[in-house]
Write a protein that binds this ligand. Structure first.
Ligand code: FNR
Length: 338
């Protein structure tokens, strides 16, 4: 049997297979309100029909100033709950589980009002200069993640992922390239971890379900965090009760990245082995045999599929055919599935 299509239990939630729809911003909310639109419904539900085990909703802003653009999805207000709840109901009706990625863009917000970061350094010469966060602003932002978790629970999500990758706010605290603070939130590796550590604790006040964290496990810069730093961070996360590390890379500072098939899997493997925590692998995983190799060789517990699922909502069916696995069809499609 293909391990890719074997179920996995994470803190009492069973995924029917190891395939995750990777979080992907669709910039499709209208009227700057962060609400779910008919597009989001079609987009996520069609991948649930396509037998993806876990549908992860895109980076969703816990504060309006934490949006990348004003078309981002939001979870900063109770008015966001209903649309997400309706989405979850449909995702669940096809046997998939759902997750939401809680996010704050920090200095990578492209908005016209003040944007915030641990240190007042713009991403590049074309970017807006962020305002350095005071401790008060830091505490309010941590609270916003907590309220985001509460709303995610009310909306019926099965899992939460905290977005600590790609150079967004949490990653800006973790990296010595972007965090030059002199207080308790900057300097040593322990201090740079403090913000994420406090976000996790705040989320846990409202959420006792499966918790993932996405990290950028390579900053493509000699002065950035190194492997030993990521092993430290992820060991801390495990101690705090995080269930899975979703291992991506990059986005912290401008860098030239040359992706190749499975280019980030090695980071998942290193973290899984050294920090003894479940991991997800992502990045140019495009076919069933490649995905099967990753889970069989215990290089990751889950495979996150991004662009291949944009191209083909039935990617799971194609992967199953490649592996000779008889994947159950959604009941409406039984006559045309094989
Ligand atoms: C992304 N990616 C991404 N990552 C993330 O953590 N949160 C997000 O909201 C987004 N948004 C997003 C939008 C679009 C259109 C793309 C293509 C990508 C990154 C994505 O989840 C994934 O990590 C990468 O695309 C690499 O995986 P693939 O596409 O090679 O399978």
């Amino acid at each position: 049997m293909a391990k890719l299509f074997s179920p996995i239990d994470i803190k009492g939630i069973t995924l029917k297979n190891r395939i995750v729809m990777s979080p992907m911003c669709m910039y499709s909310s209208v009227d700057k309100d962060g609400l779910v639109t008919p597009f989001h419904l079609s987009h996520y539900i069609s991948r649930a029909v396509g037998q993806v085990g876990l549908i992860m909703v895109e980076a969703t802003a816990v504060q309006p100033e934490g949006r990348i653009s004003d078309q981002d999805l939001g979870i900063w207000n109770d008015k966001h709950i209903l649309g997400l709840k309706n989405l979850n109901k449909e995702i669940h009706s096809y046997g998939a589980k759902s997750a939401i990625q809680l996010a704050h863009a920090g200095r990578k917000a492209e908005l016209k009002h003040p944007i915030y970061a641990p240190t007042a350094l713009p991403f590049d010469e074309k970017s807006i200069k962020p305002v350095e966060m005071t401790v008060e602003v830091i505490k309010a932002t941590i609270e916003a993640f907590k309220h985001g978790a509460r709303r995610a629970k009310e909306a019926g999500f099965d899992m939460i992922e905290i977005h600590a990758a790609h150079g967004y706010l949490i990653n800006q605290f973790l990296s010595p390239l972007t965090n030059k603070r002199k207080d308790d939130y900057g300097g040593s590796r322990e201090n740079r971890y403090r913000f994420l550590g406090e976000v996790i604790e705040a989320v846990k006040k409202e959420w006792d379900g499966p918790l993932f964290v996405r990290i950028s496990a390579d900053e493509y810069n000699e002065q950035g965090n190194a492997e030993r730093d990521f092993i430290y961070f992820t060991t801390e996360m495990k101690a705090q009760g995080v269930d899975l590390i979703d291992c991506s890379t990059g986005g912290v500072v401008p860098a030239r990245i040359k992706p190749y098939p499975g280019y980030q899997v090695k980071h998942s493997e290193v973290i899984r082995r050294n920090s003894e925590i479940a991991t997800g692998a992502v990045g140019l995983i495009t076919n069933g045999i490649q995905a099967e190799e990753i889970v069989q060789n215990e290089r990751a517990d889950l495979v996150f599929i991004g662009r291949a699922l944009l191209r083909n909502p039935y990617w799971a069916r194609e992967a199953a055919n490649e592996l000779g696995y008889d994947l159950e069809a959604p009941k409406q499609y039984e006559r045309g599935w094989k």
